[in-house]
Design a protein around this ligand. Structure first.
Ligand code: ATP
Ligand code: MG
Length: 140
């Protein structure tokens, strides 16, 4: 299996309920290494740019409002098959469809406030990690 990196975001519903530690324990328990991490508040511009691919979707305005409503924790994760592995650990976008013992099944409130983001392809992972981290902020 290939060692990959993926970009993770613990969303505002997650930080609001002090769940950073519990989610990080699930990430590390799944064999993924947190090789970079910082907590920040997304600006409107950053949220719109990050989720630009969803600009034409009906939920875009609400999504940007939600993502800027409180602090987030952004992380670069590394491990075997990290992109698919993290999406497995996250569970389905809609927590009602998420498998047991996934982050979203355990913690997400609804399809919007769904606790975490994970990159969906190797190409997007590289773009998204680069969006938040300089090379010298990733220590491995
Ligand atoms: P993410 O990109 O955050 O990892 P995802 O890849 O599972 O999640 P996407 O389809 O990329 O899901 O949607 C991005 C985010 O937009 C979702 O995580 C969720 O917060 C929000 N979202 C998606 N679909 C809806 C919807 N129908 N109504 C409200 N919000 C939605
Ligand atoms: Mg997505």
């Amino acid at each position: 299996m290939a060692i990959e990196r993926t970009l993770s975001i613990l969303k505002p519903d997650c930080t609001a309920r002090n769940l950073t530690g519990e989610v990080n324990a699930m990430i590390e328990g799944a064999g993924l290494r947190i090789i970079a991490q910082k907590r920040l508040r997304l600006s409107q511009d950053m949220a719109e740019a990050f989720y630009g691919v969803h600009r034409d979707r009906g939920f875009f305005g609400d999504l940007v409002k939600f993502m800027t409503s409180g602090p987030v924790v952004v992380q670069a994760l590394e491990g075997d098959n990290a992109i698919a592995r993290y999406r497995e650990v996250m569970g389905a976008t809609n927590p009602y469809n998420a498998a047991p013992n996934t982050i979203r099944r355990r913690f997400a409130s609804n399809i919007e406030a769904n606790s975490v983001h994970g990159s969906d392809s190797a190409e997007n992972a590289a773009i998204e990690i680069n969006f938040f981290f300089r090379e010298d902020e990733i220590t491995g």
